[in-house]
Ligand binder design. Structure first.
Ligand SMILES: [Zn+2]
Length: 150
């Protein structure tokens, strides 16, 4: 067995070229996720996970989690349905959706959750221009919370 061949990644698997839209989507998500986590952080930059109660720094294992299971594009950047959540709940526990929904109902009311569920069913594709606009919108919206990032 030739070790050089064995350690080389299969062609295409690790080097998939991302489309410009996929790249922009990632950029927009980074800005949006940062906004969500800084919005939800206290003055010292700590977020309390809405589904397990763990307290962690906004940039230490905290993610922006959606409260709607299997959410679609239409509510991807709808901040009413996204909150700073710990990676354990968001990723390893699959989202903890039943607890998460209860949290959002308490925080914003049942009508918001109903609205999100309704919007979630509407097909949505973003143009690069739209994604850029969303990125700019949340960049500006993060400014009042920047002091928590330090
Ligand atoms: Zn958690």
């Amino acid at each position: 067995m030739n070790p050089q061949v064995a350690t080389r990644p299969p062609p295409g698997l690790f080097n998939m070229a991302k489309t410009p839209k996929a790249k922009q989507k990632e950029k927009t998500w980074k800005v949006f996720s940062r906004y969500i986590r800084l919005r939800d952080a206290d003055e010292n930059g700590f977020i309390t996970c809405p589904t397990c109660g763990v307290r962690k720094k906004w940039n230490d294992g905290m993610q922006a989690g959606h409260c709607i299971q299997g959410r679609h594009n239409s509510i991807l950047y709808d901040e009413r349905g996204v909150y700073g959540q710990c990676m354990h709940c968001n990723y390893f526990m699959g989202g903890e959706y039943s607890k998460f929904i209860m949290f959002v109902i308490k925080k914003r009311g049942k009508k918001v959750v109903e609205d999100l569920l309704r919007l979630d069913k509407i097909p949505k594709t973003y143009s690069i221009e739209e994604l850029k606009q969303i990125e700019e919108y949340y960049k500006k919206k993060t400014i009042p919370f920047e002091h928590k990032a330090l």
